[in-house]
Design a protein. Structure first.
Length: 479
């Protein structure tokens, strides 16, 4: 279950690594992928639209416009997102948003209920659906339910600013497994439970709330590194990549790729690049910084404001630093195809990934996977990205420290080939040891592990089982 579901038109997942991995996991078990259709309506929504593709059933439902605004544009993205990214200054507390979020979760649970079987293992993704397990349990479901949070979970002093904080914690405690990207996020969550006196820790890192036992786990998401490396190698012939190369002359490329989001630290990054040029005049007209940033969540006022601010800042910096034959920053507000993106990463001497806070950050991993091992570029990575736990051979920076990040850019551009190779090999080995398939498998194994131990829950889905049976019937109520 995820807020967005890959295109159901032809039943194929979108190109994103996560979607591909989840689709792979579903294909091997057979399963149902449920979520929002991406459409809002002005009336009560129809029952979920269902599309069968091989042994995967895609089911999506529309949302009333007002509900969507409250749940997604309101609570999810103006309370949960800023607070989970430690931005109390940007949170908005609004009772209508909170009430809408819980109501929409209840509606999703009610729409999902007739599609569920007693032996279904349910994996719910991300901050849009924290209360979903509790809603399903209230409807009587006893299935195994796991939750994975793709964004950070903050320390209790910050998390406790969340509206309906204890309901959210209780909601998370209703799952069988709650997964995070990093040990820090998991520790923060445990800290919240302890402080609010919700449940008690028991053996093996599990928790007990009443009669319910659940596990808190760390599952750092990986990428399909082999496919990404291959795409990057092949992308050298991509027309956009070739045009980019010829437009660069013999300048070195520094690349930043992010959705336009305040958590990504794009403004601070532009400032650090500008500081780097001012303090290293020898690099004037010898580097180009490409920032590829598709707009996102433009309906949320903070995002709209930020779009103007960053565009203005990039323009202002170019005006100040540039020359008639040199535009220091190329700032592009659009999405780039997967292949071209891989080719641009490979061309870039420096990957500048400096979020102020990030659950993981897949761009950092993609940049590493895209490099030519004989002559790799250098990753500069924020210590506040979850990826920093695994990619510690990157140049780690504090993105709030403009001069420090500027010095890291200079260091990256001056780094010897041997040091670049050593750092890259260590990071690549880490990517290979934890690919996206491992992430899926590890989570699903954890979710099934109590079953193996004989806990009183339904067994895992038998391969191919869902394919052969009709979805039109109503599942018997479990429990
Ligand atoms: P995001 O905040 O979306 O994900 P990230 O992990 O960096 O952040 O993933 C972005 C994806 O979008 C990457 O695969 C990247 O290639 C792609 N992308 C970004 N800009 C693009 C562009 N201009 N053109 C084309 N593709 C682009 C959330 C959390 C992260 C967590 C992921 C996965 O915020 O912390 O890593 O989920 O759990």
């Amino acid at each position: 279950m995820s807020n967005r579901v890959p295109s159901t038109k032809d039943g194929t997942a979108s190109a994103g690594g996560l979607a591909v991995a989840l689709e792979g996991a579903l294909r091997s078990h057979g399963g149902l992928w449920f979520g929002w259709s991406g459409k809002t309506v002005d009336r009560a929504p129809d029952p979920p639209e269902i599309v069968q593709s091989g042994n995967i059933t895609f089911a999506v439902m529309d949302l009333p416009k007002r509900d969507f605004d409250l749940y997604y544009g309101g609570f999810a993205n103006r309370a949960l997102w800023p607070i989970c990214h430690y931005r109390l200054d940007l949170m908005q507390i609004d009772r209508n948003h909170t009430e809408g979020y819980f109501r929409v979760n209840r509606a999703f649970a009610q729409a999902l209920a007739p599609l569920l079987r007693p032996d279904d293992v349910i994996w719910i993704h991300d901050y849009h659906f924290i209360p979903l397990a509790a809603e399903l349990r209230a409807l009587g479901f006893r299935n195994r339910m796991g939750f994975f949070l793709h964004i950070p979970w903050p320390p209790s002093d910050i998390a406790s600013a969340l509206p309906a904080y204890c309901d959210l914690l209780q909601g998370l405690a209703s799952y069988d497994v709650v997964g995070f990207h990093t040990p820090q996020d998991a520790d923060n969550f445990r800290g919240c439970l302890i402080r609010e006196k919700i449940g008690q820790p028991i053996e093996g890192g599990s928790y007990k709330v009443g009669d319910h036992r659940f596990q808190i786990g760390v599952f750092p998401v990986g990428i399909d590194h082999a496919a990404f490396s291959e795409t990057a190698r092949a992308a050298q012939q991509n027309p956009l990549v070739r045009r980019m190369r010829s437009s660069m002359g013999d300048r070195a490329l520094i690349i930043g790729v992010d959705r336009l989001d305040y958590s990504k630290g794009i403004r601070e990054r532009i400032e650090a690049f500008s500081c780097f040029i001012r303090s290293n005049p020898g690099f004037r007209n010898r580097v180009t910084y490409l920032q590829v940033t598709p707009k996102s969540r433009s309906e949320v006022p903070e995002y709209k404001r930020m779009q103007h601010e960053i565009a203005e800042h990039a323009g202002w910096t170019n005006g100040n630093l540039g020359e008639v034959d040199w535009t220091p920053i190329r700032y592009v507000n659009r999405s780039v195809g997967h292949r071209a993106l891989a080719g641009l990463y490979r061309m870039a001497r420096v990957g500048l990934v400096t979020p102020l806070r990030d659950g993981m950050n897949l761009v950092a991993k993609e940049y590493v996977a895209a490099q030519d091992g004989n002559d790799p570029g250098v990753l500069i990575l924020s210590r506040f990205a979850g990826a920093a736990y695994e990619l510690e051979e990157a140049i780690l920076v504090n993105p709030y420290d403009t001069e420090g990040t500027a010095a890291a850019i200079a260091r990256a551009l001056n780094m010897s080939l041997q040091e670049r190779r050593d750092r890259w090999s260590a990071m690549m080995a880490r990517l290979q040891a934890n690919g996206v398939d491992d992430w899926c498998r590890n989570f699903l194994n954890a979710l099934a592990s109590d079953l193996v131990a004989g806990a009183p829950a339904a067994g895992p889905v038998e391969p191919g089982r869902r394919k052969s049976s009709s979805r039109a019937r109503t599942a018997p109520m479990p429990g």
